[in-house]
Design a protein around this ligand. Sequence first.
Ligand SMILES: [Ca+2]
Ligand SMILES: [Ca+2]
Ligand SMILES: [Ca+2]
Length: 565
Amino acid sequence: MQPIFKKTLNLALGVFLGLTVFFSLLPLSTWAATLLNGGFNNPFNDIPGRVWQGQNEKIAGGWNYFYIDANTYPGSGNASKLRWMSSAQFAAAFNGLDYYQEGDQAQNMWSSYEFDGGVYQQVSATPGEGYIFDIDMVTYWRGPGYPDSDGKMVKQVGIDPYGGIDPTSANVIWSNTNSNDKAWINMAVAAAAEATTITVFAKVQAPENNSFNHTDLDMVYFEDARINTIGPPPTTNLNAVANGLSVNLNWSGSPASSWSIKGYEVEYKDQAESNWTTLQSKSGTSTSGNFIGQATHSYTIRARTWQTDGSIDLPGLWVEKSVTINEVVAGQVINHAGLGLSGVTVSVSGWATSTVSANGGFYGLASGPGSFDVVANDFNGFVAPPTTTVAVPTNGVGVLTITLRPTGIDQGISNNDFEPDLSGWNRNDNTAATASTNSSHTGQRSLWISKTVNISQTGAVTGMRNPLLSFWYNSDTDFTVQFLGAGLGSGSIQQQAVSPVQTQTLNSVSGWTHVMVELNASKVYTGDIGVNFSYAGASGANIFIDEVSIATGPYKIYLPVAFKN
Ligand SMILES: [Ca+2]
Ligand SMILES: [Ca+2]
Ligand SMILES: [Ca+2]
């Protein structure tokens, strides 16, 4: 198809040039994009700062050179082994053929080292219009005298529809590659202009040729480039709606007449970050999808339809949508040791809809604004905390960390949640420690310590590996927690009076905070075990404690692990 196509373009260009003279007093056609010196003919310009054996390297008028540092030797050293010359300059320098196909010159580029570079030009364009850029290119791996070596030097052309000049930009739409050595190849790429300037690139990537003393030159010629309109690009519709943490998407597109749909390219990014994540690449034909975001985060989603005529692919303009994840109950499901639990069902009491915690335990449940009674399912022998009322503000998020803990014989104490009273707990002043509705992490109540007191509970466990005390607290003053055991390494199954094995002072905090304390006893513990909270200070303290657990810990806790909500 390519040769026929090229003739058509030549004809069209000729007609256009004729008309340009005729209509020279009229405003420029709104669709025209004019490439300067597409033939890479004289005059050539010296490239400032690029000198080879006393002569300036040269670039065809209208064009600029570029190279990609990472793939060019020496990329960080101004690519000093990569040269751009006119075909006449190269012929004179090496006593060879002035090799061009059209007009009076071509653009030559050469190196005897690894390179990735080429030429580019910025072109005025009409936003929304579809353009095709094509150019003839030929490579000579290790020079014309070396055997035809397909697969070594890789040709590619690109368009940045935003007019940028960075060949490594993700904005650049690149053609397929061609690595047919020692043959003129017409390369083409199409894009719809996103701005009033677009940039066309033609490049060749060549690996190191390992010739002795770097005597073999890898050569490239650029010749006979054109840019033309190619008719309207496809249109795209995109819908994006958040449901819980899931951003649900669907899209569709319409090709221009005589084109057909190739696929839909869909990407999204967190607006706090710069990188786009690909949800579907250009050949994908699905028309819906979703991704899981984070509560309170805003996302930009973009989609563009690709159409094809069987030989060239033309993408449409990006269509963008913005979505913020809010009006959800959101947080993390963790175990008593602070590790995220995935697969736990979280729901609003009385609602048919629910969600399941994802990787890391993160969950989000679409709620709308209001107050909601949130409950999680028990999971893998872990028991969920009681139903908890969560307030979700308009355009905001209600946060709840849901802590599941071992139960039954795997749990060292009882009445962990202080619902509805302090049964099972021993205190030395009944007025100083109460089960209060003033504050709770989950459920309706927590342990409220308001003045000097000791409150403790002791249980017995058998064969508990690495006992771990954990709880949530929220306090406006310092207090002390003691993890009680029968002594280090006793190994005895006889009942012994417990005593403090670990003592920690907890400081005032500004919100509910998760705490974990290891007993640091024998790896497998059998015997009495317990916890004592004590406060000695002024009356009127607001020390709230909830969800107290003594259960097996992980083999290793990576501290600090503090959760706030
Ligand atoms: Ca030429
Ligand atoms: Ca070949
Ligand atoms: Ca509670």
